[in-house]
Structures are given as C-alpha cells and as structure tokens.
Design a protein around this ligand. Structure first.
Ligand code: WT7
Length: 651
C-alpha cells in the first residue's frame, strides 16, 4: 500500500450524556428516528416531508437518483413562503413573534408572523410590478435588517430564485455573481451599521452596475439614511414600493425541484460556484434538522443563530428552518463587540434566548475576551448550544459548555456545507452522548463513511469523509456547469460524494472532523491534520486561538509552523513559546510538535471566519502574498509577517 491516510493523535476521553432534565422534555430521547431511517431512508424522508411541510399537491415519487443527479419528492408542489408564513397565520398563530430584530445602534423591531406575511406579500407584488416573473433570478446584497428575509421570502412567493451576496463583498464579487446568474434586479440598502458606523452598500452596487448588463432594476432599503445616488427609472426606494403595493399576493405553486436559490461559494482561486438548491427537499431537511437538532419547542423557545444571512447558515437556520417550524428567533445586525464585548450576552439575556448557534471562531474570540463577559449576564434561560463552520477544539467546547452553557446545556456540533444545504453530522441532543470536539454521528436519514486513499471504507483512524446516499437538501448542481459539479464532488471516489474534509473514526464510531484535506501536512511522511495540532495548542492554558500550516522544509519535507493568539492578559515570552511547543509534544506526540510557534495579535480569516492557511503558508515560506481579497482584515497578515521575521526562534 502507499502512504498512510491521515494520522490520528488527539485523544479526548471526556463524555457528556444528555442531561437528565433535558432528556426528559426532549422531542427525541430514544433511538427510534435512527432505526426508522436505517430501515428505509426514503420512507423516512417521505414521512418528514409530509409532516413538516405543507404541499399543494402530494408527491408521487420520493427519489429519482441518477448519480450524481437527484430529484426528490417528484410531482409535489408547494410554496416556501406559504410554508414559512401563511400556514402559521391560518392556524391562528399570526400574533406570534417571528423575529426579534435588534440593530447595532440599539434600535429594535418586532415582527409577528402576520406582519411578516403582510410585508412579504407587498414586496412580492412590488417585485411583480417591476416585471419580475417565475423563473427569474434576483441578487440580494443587504445588511442584517428585516428587509433581507422579507426580500428572500418575497422571491420564493413568486417563484423567483434569489442569490444572496454577503454584504461584506466587493463590487467585483457582485459583478461575478450577478453576471453568472444573469440577475434581472438587485435588492440592496443604503448601508448597515457595523462597529458603530454606517457601512455603505449602495455605492458598491453602483460601482458594479456598469459591468452587469442584465440588471434592469435596483431596490434600495433605507437603513443608515446616508446619501445615495438614485437613478430615475432604474433605482427604487423599498419603502415607496411597499407603500404602493397591495397586501394580497397568492403564492406560486412551485414544483419540488424548482430552483429556490443560488448561493455562491468562493473556493480558493477558481471562479465562484453557484450552488443550486431546490424547493421541496431543501425545505424538508432544513425543517427536520432545525426541529430535532435544536430540540425546538416553538411555544417556549427563543432561538438565536448568530450567523449572517449571507451565508448558508443564515439561509437555512435564520430564515427557512425557523420560519417553517414557526419559531421565534432573534436577528442581530452588528458586531459582537459594539458597544462592549458582552453584546451577545446582553442580547441573550434581554430576549431570554434558549438556543444559541454560533461558530468556533466566535467562541475562541470570546475565550480571548475572557469569561468575565458572559458572567456579567443572566444566561440561565439557555438550554442548548450549537456550533458550526469549523472543527471545534475540545478546549473551546469546554469553555462554551462551562462559561456560556453553565455546564447544563448540550452542545450540538453540526457538520455540513453550503453544498449539503442542511446539517448532516450532528448529535441529537436528547439522545447522543457527547465528546468535546466530535460532531458524533450522521443524523437519521444520512449516511457517511470515512474512506482511505483507495476509497475503501475504514473502521478506525483518519481518512476522507464521504456521503454514500443522496439526501433531500443536497445541491442539485453548479449553476450552468454540470461537468464541474460532477468533477468537483463525485469524481475522486466513484459513487461517493466527497466533501473535501478529513475525518477520523474513534473506537466508539464517533466522527471527528479534521479540516480540509488540502491543509493536511506531511512531516517526514506522516500525514498530520492541522485540526489536531491546533486543538493541542488551544489545550494549553495560555492559548485562545491557534492556526498551523506545513511550510516546506529541507529535511522533513514540511515542517509545522504554529501561530497562536494568547488569552486576555497573558504576556508572550520565549519561555512560554517553548512551553506551548512542548505541550503539543506531551498532548499528542513529538512528531506533531511545531518546529516554530509565533505569538500573533490576530489570524487572517475569510469573511465567514475560516482561517486562511494558504496566506500563513506564504508568510511561513517567505513568499509574496497571494490573493487577499476575501480576507476580513488585510492588515492582519502584515502584522503577522512583521512579528514572524522579528522572533524567528527555532529548535
Ligand atoms: C466546510 C463548509 C456549514 C455552514 C457553514 C460553513 C467546515 C462546517 C463543521 C463542523 C468541522 C466543519 C468543513 C466544511 N465545517 N461545519 N461542525 N466541524 N468542520 O459552510 O462555507 O460551505 O463550509 O466548513 O470544512 O466542508 P461552508
């Protein structure tokens, strides 16, 4: 055989069964869903589709599967905005709060289901008035204001597919995405509030428009009251459009496989891919996972997903999942440190948040800020915590569990992707015994296997995470490029969807995500995942956050270079750095000990919070930096480079 797959070092022995009080009231506290799904996955999903979604016409075929193209719930017709709004109002729940919205400056708006339905219908009629029709695409480039979910839902009501472009992206990103989708309109705002100041959006749209010939109309919501240029005939104020629009707008009967939305993933270098999600399967899986993974009790809970709607997390778990389930949610516009570093905890306390869903990168930032911040607030209403976006290091998990969850909340570490549409690997909180840092097991109805370099399933140790059966929320393709869809996801291991992630299985069959396989390091022939070394670094008391990369090395092929952010008031010193290196040695073994560790003030991250290891590799190897356009704060790399050349101590 050739080289080993990914090696496996980190051992985590702590376990957390579902807390008694939690399991007593949980929607699921036994293995029945797993058993039902294993016995007949298609029948299982058909039942979920009929129970959780309202159909105008029932489907006649659960799944048509011609690898790699899936069609779910064929023959069924439905409307997503009807499922998210009308049916709750018709059932007498119109006065229930859908969203508690809070702006960064502290202004608030409460939207009941009835109010949201009214505004969605008016805006849908306004879009029709601009000539938009079923089958068209519209780009949405907005801050986190209520008009954003309204715009998305209005599109779904009239059969228009949306393409939400994250509000932090540049005019070039708008141009690529609008042109690829041939969007006929852009919905935007004058700006939004971030870090205490207006951050303007309309000027970026203006800069893009000369290069986007398909755009006929621009709708602008007023948020910051900044001066914007409005072009007569092309640009329209949102508030003027809805004031003049009727509130009666019957929902389009869409087919289960009609396009619901496109969402572009940037990848590292290549052209962004327009990930296609369709209607019936997607809504079924987001409703199912939102209900059971978060153990939603819609009458009692105040649920908060603190992501941005511009990412898939926000599409599935701020907008479609919670609204389909009739939940009450919080939406917050701004940054977590404005005006103070306790803003999230302040919001959680004031609204009585019961479930909080956020990302490991945010949790590690909160660790750096110190547990005094959550301790300032009464978080006793919280009963469940969630994590998504990256592997969560066991120490970050423990911190979240202790200092946010008060030791009583299960944590659901949910693995999924833009491409999967919904959560795939995650505990069920009333059932699964948790291990800090493990996403545990595939959800009911999902089948995953870890394979080696040859595509053969392994039962223990590290390899590649693959999905072996189609799932309802799966991407249906890449917009305009079926060959790229097949080549990107279905070619590496024939018959399997390969997600690009490394993963290991432990003796109990738990899955531990190991990060992107492109980041796996090769040290004298040992293939070591960045995740395991980073978890060992974060395990040291002084370290809040860590990133490692393999930089080329004459002797060992690659050498591990670590970058660490220290907690709050810890001072850097050569002794401490040495101690941190040794800590890795003791925790997971000498092969994985970084050759060098640099203390840095910050790490380069994408706008969605993922560490850009490619840039750190460039710094470590002394190369000129590659493309930094998706970097959240471009000055971070300069600071790291300055520091890295100043204290380049080695073995
Ligand atoms: C990639 C997908 C899923 C919505 C947000 C990100 C990583 C995601 C986990 C997790 C370990 C995770 C994977 C995946 N990832 N969740 N719980 N544990 N890794 O969506 O931008 O499409 O990124 O995020 O590497 O492939 P995305």
């Amino acid at each position: 055989m050739t080289e080993p797959t990914i090696e496996d070092y980190f051992v985590e022995n702590r376990t957390f069964p579902p807390p008694r009080g939690f399991a007593d009231t949980a929607l699921v506290s036994d293995r029945s869903l797993y058993e039902e799904a294993a016995a007949d996955p298609e029948a299982f999903w058909a039942r979920q589709a009929r129970e959780l979604v309202s159909w105008f016409d029932d489907f006649h075929t659960v799944l048509e599967w011609e690898l790699p193209f899936a069609r779910w719930f064929v023959g069924g017709t439905l409307n997503v905005s009807y499922n998210c709004l009308d049916r709750h109002v018709e059932a007498g729940r119109g006065d229930k709060v859908a969203f508690h919205w809070e702006g960064e400056p502290g202004d608030t708006r409460t939207l009941t289901y009835a109010e949201l339905l009214d505004e969605v219908c008016r805006f849908a009629n306004a879009l029709k008035g601009l000539g938009l029709q079923r089958g068209d695409r519209v780009a949405i480039y907005m801050p986190m204001i209520p008009e954003l979910p309204v715009a998305m839902l209005a599109c779904t009501r009239i059969g228009v597919a949306h393409s939400v472009i994250f509000g932090g992206f540049s005019p070039d990103s708008i141009i690529d995405r609008v042109n690829d989708a041939e969007a006929r309109a852009v919905i935007t705002a004058d700006g939004g509030f971030r870090r205490g100041a207006p951050s303007l959006l309309k000027p970026n749209v203006d800069a893009a428009l000369p290069s986007t010939p398909t755009v006929e109309h621009v709708v602008v919501a007023r948020r910051t009251h900044s001066d914007v240029d409005m072009v007569e005939g092309r640009d329209h104020w949102y508030h003027e459009l809805i004031a003049g629009a009727g509130a009666d707008c019957p929902p389009e009967r869409m087919h289960a496989e009609d396009l619901l939305y496109l969402l572009y993933t940037s990848g590292t270098t290549a052209k962004p891919k327009g990930i296609m999600h369709t209607t019936g399967g997607y809504l079924t899986q987001v409703a199912f996972t939102h209900r059971y993974v978060f153990d939603l009790h819609p009458d009692d809970d105040v649920y908060w997903c603190a992501a941005d709607i511009g990412w898939v997390t926000g599409h599935s778990y701020i907008v479609y999942g919670p609204l389909a389930n009739g939940a009450t949610s919080v939406i917050y516009e701004g940054t977590p440190d404005t005006p103070g570093r306790d803003r999230l905890w302040d919001i959680a306390e004031r609204y009585g948040v019961t479930q909080l869903y956020t990302a490991p990168t945010a949790i590690r930032t909160f660790m750096k800020w110190g547990h005094e911040e959550p301790a300032k607030h009464d978080l006793s209403k919280l009963r469940l915590l969630g994590s998504v976006g990256e592997p969560i290091n066991p120490e970050a998990w423990m911190w979240y569990h202790t200092h946010v969850g008060g030791g009583r909340c299960p944590i659901v570490d949910t693995w999924w992707q833009t491409e999967t549409g919904a959560q795939m690997i995650s505990p069920l909180p009333g059932v699964t015994e948790l291990k800090p840092g493990s996403a545990t097991f595939p959800l009911p109805g999902i089948s995953a296997e870890v394979v080696d370099d040859h595509g053969d399933p392994i039962e223990r140790g590290g390899g590649y995470l693959t999905l072996t059966r189609p799932w309802p929320g799966m991407l249906r393709g890449i917009w305009g490029d079926p060959e790229r869809y097949e080549a990107t996801y279905w070619s590496r291991f024939p018959g399997r969807y390969f997600a690009g992630d490394g993963c290991k299985l432990d003796d109990d069959g738990y899955l531990w995500l190991l990060g992107r396989v492109d980041d796996v390091m090769n040290i004298s022939g040992h293939r070591i995942s960045t995740t395991e070394v980073e978890s060992a670094l974060v395990d040291h008391d002084a370290v809040a956050e860590a990133a490692v990369v393999g930089a080329s090395d004459d002797v060992t092929g690659q050498a591990i270079i670590g970058y660490v952010i220290l907690k709050g008031r810890v001072e850097a010193s050569p002794e401490l750095v040495e101690e941190i290196r040794q800590h890795v040695s003791v925790k997971i073994g000498p092969t994985a000990r970084p050759k060098r560790v640099f203390v840095v003030p910050d790490l380069p991250k994408t706008r969605s919070g993922k560490i850009m290891r490619r840039l750190l590799r460039d710094v470590a190897e002394g190369r000129d930096l590659g493309d930094t356009t998706t970097l959240a704060d471009a000055t971070v790399v300069d600071a790291i480079r300055a520091g890295a050349s100043a204290d380049a101590g080695e073995d």
